[in-house]
Design a protein around this ligand. Structure first.
Ligand code: SF4
Length: 218
């Protein structure tokens, strides 16, 4: 089997086992609208999803539309999102982003990579969250769990998120692109924990070239 075939087989086996392990894997950010997910994804940079959900609950009772965010006094918005960290930058990005949503998209969240990444504060990772979770368009989100575990699984040798995204798209069936990041996130929290992976209890150890357990690897 050549290297690409091996990586494809490894990716498919890992995903199937992790789907069984985490049948409820999905986006951990709570949302009721595309705008809410977009704002919360911006807030989730360097912050836990749990904290963003707590802050977001109050936030979205106060700000209900792109124009509510766009018109808010900047300092007030900063204080409202302060517990998520980097609040000055995030508040500026959320306001600029919402202003562009109003100017270019009638206040709605667009559904293409180009339109999304043209928005202030929106990179490929955030855009892929929106494409996959809101519009069900196959997209690979590359977050810290995806970077770390896909490298351990040797699905990629790259460190650059955009190259990792492309490598994963190459080895994984398109139907699994959206679920992949959710599975990596669950696996990364429960078992393949940074700096102390529990390989001896890992359900995909048999397929992992980096396994520290004695299980035979394929
Ligand atoms: S075998 Fe170890 S390194 Fe590989 S995915 Fe499982 S926990 Fe992570």
């Amino acid at each position: 089997m050549n290297d690409l075939k091996k990586r494809k087989a490894r990716a498919a086996a890992a995903v199937e086992l992790l789907k069984k392990e985490f049948p409820a894997a999905r986006c951990r950010l709570a949302f009721h609208s595309p705008l809410e997910l977009l704002v919360k994804t911006i807030l989730s940079a360097q912050c836990t999803d749990e904290r963003v959900n707590i802050v977001g609950e109050t936030l979205f009772r106060k700000y209900r539309s792109a124009s509510d965010f766009a018109q808010a006094p900047l300092h007030e918005l900063e204080m409202d999102i302060r517990p998520t960290g980097f609040f000055r930058n995030k508040a500026r990005n959320i306001q600029s982003c919402c202003r562009q949503l109003i100017e270019r998209h009638r206040g709605e969240v667009p559904s293409t990579m180009d339109e999304l990444t043209a928005l202030p504060g929106v990179g490929r990772k955030t855009a892929n969250v929106i494409l996959g979770t809101i519009f069900n368009i196959p997209a690979v989100v590359v977050d810290t769990h995806v970077i770390r575990i896909s490298r351990l699984l040797k699905l990629t040798n790259n460190a650059d998120p955009e190259k990792i995204e492309s490598d994963i798209m190459n080895v994984l069936s398109e139907k699994d692109w959206i679920i992949f990041a959710h599975l990596m996130s669950e696996h990364g929290r429960k078992t393949c924990i940074a700096r102390r992976p529990a390989c001896h209890t890992c359900v995909i150890a048999e397929h992992c070239p980096s396994s520290l357990s004695k299980t035979r690897k394929k």
